[in-house]
Design a protein around this ligand. Structure first.
Ligand code: C5P
Length: 208
């Protein structure tokens, strides 16, 4: 099993890059995982307490569970990823996503390269490098349209945690990448390079 990790800042286009590779190679050959599903659950806290959490620190994620699920998939077992609801900052108690073992697993997430244990489980490490102004514009639209946020809350969260954590942890983790894709989802050449490498792996029976 080949594990491809796609890291990068919020709004960088990580999901678009991952989805484009899956579209080219066929979803039957690849299992997709988002690190966002592994946000720690805070349903025991009040809404005000949940809103004050730093969701951009590497410790906001339950990476141990993610690593455990990756090792399940490696040994041919199915895993069940939690489902995270951004509108209430908590895990769904009933819903999970079924993760089936496959030749290729593609994971996208903020802190795939900043966490050493997680980084060591990846066979191909990618960093999507998109300008901060483009990333924040995308985030404003997404957080208002899909995550029930106000412009004021996005403004405060961006300055208090998103930007400082990006600068402290995400940007420096770029040095661990095998491949850096500037402009994310719009970089056709970068996406093709990653797709060709993945295809080669499938043809070579497991060798990068
Ligand atoms: O998809 P993306 O990588 O942008 O998702 C990660 C972002 O989600 C983080 O930057 C974090 O600030 C945000 N987040 C949030 N509320 C939560 C959990 C994460 O705003 N409850």
């Amino acid at each position: 099993m080949l594990i491809i990790g796609i890291a990068g800042g919020t709004g960088s286009g990580k999901t678009t890059v991952a989805r484009s590779v899956i579209e080219r190679l066929g979803s039957d050959k690849m299992t997709f995982i988002s690190q966002d599903n592994y946000y720690k659950d805070h349903s025991h806290l009040s809404m005000a307490e949940r809103e004050s959490i730093n969701y951009d620190h590497p410790l906001a994620f339950d990476n141990e569970l993610l690593i455990e699920h990756l090792s399940c998939l490696k040994s041919g077992q199915t895993a069940h990823a939690p489902v995270y609801d951004f509108t209430v900052h908590a895990r769904s108690v009933i819903e999970t996503v079924e993760l089936k073992p496959n030749n290729i697993v593609i994971i996208e997430g903020l802190h795939l390269l900043s966490d050493e244990n997680l980084r060591n489980t990846l066979d191909i490490k990618v960093f999507v490098d998109t300008d901060p102004d483009v990333r924040i514009l995308r985030r404003v639209l997404r957080d208002i349209e899909e995550r029930g946020r106000t412009i004021r809350s996005i403004h405060n969260q961006y300055l208090n945690t998103v930007k400082p954590m990006h600068e402290a942890f995400i940007e420096p983790s770029k040095k661990y990448a095998d491949l850096i894709i500037p402009q994310g989802g719009h970089n056709e050449v970068g996406i093709q390079m990653l797709s060709i490498l993945t295809e080669k792996y499938l043809k070579n029976g497991g060798q990068v």
